[in-house]
Write a protein that binds this ligand. Structure first.
Ligand SMILES: [Zn+2]
Ligand SMILES: [Zn+2]
Length: 254
């Protein structure tokens, strides 16, 4: 394989997991997709099983398959001290050592360097990840954040593929059956990115050299893939925008 492959296995409140591989080393970001989906999709593409698992934050949709994934693949696990503490028993029960990471530092895995930045979300110590390959290709995952500042755009600046959260359409959220506290939580600075916030972030990334923006964590109740795509396209005038799927794997080459 000359470049990298990025697989969005699942993206959304039902589960989140992303694979990045150069054909020699496979990295898994989050453990929200079933183990069988990780195994089938890496095997189908001839990729080695994941050697490292990076966890963005403790929420169930990002960690619900942690135990079966760790037992099956035995990857090295990386998470912030806050996430490790918040996962508590869930991590202890898998009996695997976790390497605490400091946001801002880089972890080497094969020919990859994985870096992280703190994000604004209602979790203990959530982060976004950027994965750089010695061959020059890179990907970043910017999801589960209610707001973003220059630190986030600088962090992902120039990454070839960036998955950006496009969680909700503000009007659909306002009119949804969700209880008020949940609507407020989602739209808060520690909640999720709306299509408009996503468009603003995507625009900055495209200006910095990003070649493909993948819209992720799209709400089933307060958004649609078409609405997210159309909103971001209307604000960025950029053709290379795709969507990740809530249930099915999507494969991207970079
Ligand atoms: Zn989530
Ligand atoms: Zn979350």
């Amino acid at each position: 394989m000359s470049g990298l492959v990025f697989i969005s296995l699942r993206s959304g409140s039902f589960g989140n997991s992303y694979v990045v591989s150069d054909g020699e080393t496979t990295i898994l970001i989050d453990a929200g997709a079933p183990k069988r989906l990780v195994a089938a999709n890496t095997a189908e593409m001839g990729l080695p099983p994941p050697r490292a698992l990076f966890i963005t934050h403790e929420h169930h949709d990002h960690t619900k398959s942690l135990a079966p994934i760790v037992r099956h693949f035995a990857p090295k696990i990386f998470a912030t001290p806050g996430t490790i503490f918040a996962l508590g028993r869930k991590l202890e029960s898998v009996g695997s050592a976790v390497v605490p990471i400091d946001a801002g530092t880089q972890i080497g895995v094969g020919k990859f360097a994985v870096s992280s930045v703190l994000i604004s979300h209602d979790a203990a110590q959530p982060v976004a990840f950027r994965i750089d390959h010695t061959g020059g290709k890179s990907a970043a995952i910017l999801s589960d954040m209610g707001d973003f500042g220059a630190g986030i755009t600088d962090f992902a600046c120039g990454a070839g593929l960036v998955l950006v959260e496009a969680n909700y359409d503000p009007q659909l959220l306002r009119n949804s059956w969700y209880p008020e506290y949940l609507k407020r939580r989602i739209a808060s600075r520690r909640g999720h990115l709306s299509n408009y916030q996503c468009a603003r972030l995507a625009g900055k990334l495209i200006d910095s050299g990003t070649k493909l923006v993948v819209l992720g964590h799209i709400s089933e109740n307060n958004n649609t893939p078409d609405l997210a795509l159309n909103t971001v396209r209307a604000h960025t005038d950029f053709p290379s925008i795709a969507t990740a799927d809530r249930y099915n794997p999507r494969i991207f080459f970079l």
